[in-house]
Design a protein around this ligand. Structure first.
Ligand code: NAP
Length: 486
């Protein structure tokens, strides 16, 4: 076995790459990034469905230290975001650190030596002082609906995040199950080419107008010449998005106003009163993720598209049978049915103090401190851990905040010669009590919906309950006093 590494980062998406870049910039070079797939990119590598694009303005959906003056659209398409991540990896010299096609099978903390011992999926063993899981928690593991007969469907069936490019849908009869963020991007594109499209909706989503546009060449030239202009724009967009959090967590009347606008949008876009009623959500806006699209409602009104609100009872042969007994024969089924989220399993087998697993620690629900550390798991950090998701702004802001926190912890460990830092259990307890108290007052708890934000028992394990600037302030410096150090 080779000498222990300083850091192992697991995952090469926005979180893992952001962490790795900051490590390098801080002069920490003895680290590797383990990535189970054969390519970097995280969700932007996995999601390749037609129409896939960023659903927050791209000027805030990119690293603050690496602005891109060349985005083609305000809501950039997936291929540009994936190319951006490749560019970042190359520019910051991450190539030699990347271990593609190598995931983590298990990791165990060696208490005597204060090191993590990692067995990779290739069977190799690595040792490291610090282990960082940036492997995605909430939106990584696809969920297929539990419909009898789906697995024996005689046509093609696939999940939105595992798009089967070898099955062109042109001229085909297609079913899309789900009407979430992925589905509303897929449906308008499939509607253009399919012979017939049946959209199976369980709960109508709130959809608002998407202020998208092609970024003019003059603007790109200006961004290149004066990066400060793009920075200012980024700040302005972030501030506006931050204002939306007021409606979620402080003043519901702001949300009510947005709900009126969304209702008016339905009235403007949907002409048939039955369809209008069917696409009007039965819960308060914001309770589930707000979706943005200009072509979703028009696509539902195409002659080759049908919105089905009956539950799919069974799949038989090539036929979907709904609860009312109606049969629809199709060639392909797209399951845009989301991911393991609030009850996501640990990203890999992790054994901390006393040989206890993270799964055991999370038996009553997923939780962490600042989405980064868990009591009983020394020298272990998450990027995009529990309760760091957002309903109103860009995850890249949260990722950069967490990266700063973890980096400061690592730098402090090195400066003070700390071999082991372990979160105090009472800190985790107090933090989560306060977090859940705050979440209980928000639209995500009181809005009358069932969403991927909360567990079946109603605990919100995914979202941060406030403003992103609060999170930034709390993660600016590593708080040594919250940890037992040695
Ligand atoms: P999702 O938001 O969880 O939506 C899943 C959809 O499938 C919902 O409409 C759900 O209905 C339906 N569904 C689930 N199980 C079903 C079943 N058994 N039968 C019938 N319908 C079923 O998943 P997603 O659309 O993939 O999006 C997940 C998250 O990924 C988003 O919230 C967002 O954070 C992120 N995302 C981002 C982008 C972007 O930036 N462009 C794009 C896509 C996704 P119910 O509402 O009734 O549960």
């Amino acid at each position: 076995m080779t000498a222990p590494l300083a850091v192992v980062v697991v995952g090469a998406g926005f979180g893992g790459l952001g962490m790795a870049i900051r490590l390098k910039q801080s002069g920490i070079d003895d680290f590797v990034i383990l990535e189970r797939a054969e390519e970097l990119g995280g969700v932007w590598r996995d999601n390749r469905y037609p129409g896939v694009a960023c659903d927050v303005p791209v000027h805030v959906y990119s690293f603050s230290f690496e602005p891109n003056p060349d985005w083609s659209r305000f809501f950039a398409p997936q291929r540009e975001i994936l190319a951006y991540l490749h560019h970042c990896a190359e520019k910051y010299g991450l190539g030699p650190h990347l271990r593609l096609g190598m995931g983590v099978a298990r990791a165990e903390f060696d208490e005597a030596r204060g090191l993590w011992s990692i067995t990779t999926t290739k069977g190799t063993v690595l040792e490291t002082r610090v282990l960082i899981a940036a492997a995605g928690l909430a939106l990584t593991t696809p969920v297929l609906p539990d419909i009898p007969g789906l697995t024996t469907f005689e046509g093609k069936v696939f999940h939105s995040s595992r798009w089967d490019a070898s099955t062109p849908l042109d001229g085909k009869r297609v079913a899309v199950i789900g009407t979430g963020a992925s589905a509303i991007q897929i449906i308008p594109e499939v509607a253009k080419v399919a012979k017939q499209l049946h959209v199976f909706q369980r709960t109508a989503p709130w959809v608002m107008e998407r202020p998208d546009f092609a970024i003019p060449a003059g603007q790109k030239a200006l961004f290149r010449k004066r990066p400060s202009v793009q920075k200012l724009l980024r700040g302005a967009i972030w501030s506006l998005m931050e204002a939306f959090a007021v409606g979620f967590v402080v003043e519901p009347r702001i949300n009510e106003l947005r709900q009126k606008l969304a209702t008016r949008y339905i009235a403007k876009q949907v002409h048939d009163p039955v369809l209008r009623a069917n696409v009007t959500p039965p819960y308060t806006l914001g309770c589930k993720r707000i979706l943005f699209s200009n072509d979703y409602y028009p696509s539902l009104q195409r002659p080759n598209v049908e919105l089905v609100t009956e539950r799919v009872r069974e799949v038989r042969g090539r036929t979907l049978i709904t609860a009312d007994g109606k049969e629809r024969e199709v060639d392909a089924i797209v399951c845009a049915t989301g991911f393991e989220a609030s009850e996501a399993p640990a990203p890999f087998e992790l054994r901390g103090l006393g040989g206890h697993t993270l799964e055991e620690a999370w038996k009553d629900g997923v939780e962490a401190y600042l989405g980064a550390t868990v009591a009983g798991f020394p020298n272990f950090f998450f990027i995009v851990g529990p309760n760091t998701g957002l309903g109103h702004s860009s995850m890249i802001f949260m990722i950069e905040s967490q990266v700063a926190y973890v980096l400061d912890a690592i730098k402090t460990m090195r400066a003070k010669g700390l071999g082991r830092v372990s979160l105090r259990p009472e800190v985790q307890r107090a933090y989560n009590e306060r977090l859940q108290e705050r979440l209980a007052r928000t639209v995500w708890s009181k809005g009358g919906c069932v969403s991927w934000y909360t567990t079946k028992a109603g605990k919100n394990t995914t979202l941060w309950p406030g403003f992103t600037f609060e999170f930034r302030a709390r993660t600016r410096k590593w708080d040594e006093e919250s940890y037992e150090v040695g």
